[in-house]
Design a protein around this ligand. Structure first.
Ligand SMILES: [Zn+2]
Length: 188
């Protein structure tokens, strides 16, 4: 099965967000390893950029536009959109949304393009939230919404640390490159 990450980027930002896209490519490989390790599921990984041109206010890009794009690309493929806009509606207590074989998150741009920790803290964490929903749904885990939201609350409000991973995708106590949901409490 294919998991396809799509970095949605404004045409005018193409050059200045190159470093972020390099991070996205590494993060995609990290999640391949994370999913295999925690959920015993093998995904092929693909990463792409989707370049958007300026639109009028009546043609705003939104979740619906992305969902249509997902269906046109093939709804058997799991498409994960990393976007420069927020989901218009979501059940999640973060800026992400998911449906069958479909996820999107609001990907925040760091002030300093080399700020890997910012990317890990603000973006990578939300990606793991939405991935966890969808992978749990695929492996027919009953509480694929509640379990993720329970642990998310622990992370955000009760000081449960996110799991820290280094460049080699192994756990680290040094400054992390990737931060992911602690799913050790799930009954898998
Ligand atoms: Zn959620």
């Amino acid at each position: 099965m294919l998991l396809h990450f799509i970095f949605v980027i404004k045409e005018k930002d193409l050059d200045k967000r190159k470093t972020e896209y390099e991070y996205v490519k590494q993060m995609a490989q990290f999640y391949k390893s994370w999913i295999k390790q925690h959920f015993s599921k093998d995904f092929e990984i693909k990463t792409d950029e989707m370049i958007t041109s300026p639109r009028s206010i009546f043609q705003r890009l939104d979740t619906h536009t992305l969902f249509t794009d997902h269906q046109a690309r093939g709804k058997d493929i799991y498409h994960f959109y990393l976007c420069h806009f927020r989901p218009i509606w979501t059940d999640c207590p973060c800026e992400g949304y998911h449906a069958e074989n479909f996820s999107m998150v609001w990907w925040q741009e760091p002030k300093n393009k080399d700020d890997i920790l910012f990317l890990a803290e603000n973006n990578c964490t939300i990606v793991s939230h939405e991935l966890a929903h969808e992978i749990l749904r695929q492996i027919k885990h009953k509480n694929f919404i509640e379990d993720v939201h329970d642990v998310w609350t622990q992370h955000i409000h009760n000081n449960l640390p996110f799991e820290q991973y280094g460049k080699n995708f192994k756990k680290t106590s040094e400054e992390p490159m990737f931060l992911a949901l602690d799913i050790s409490s799930f009954q898998l």
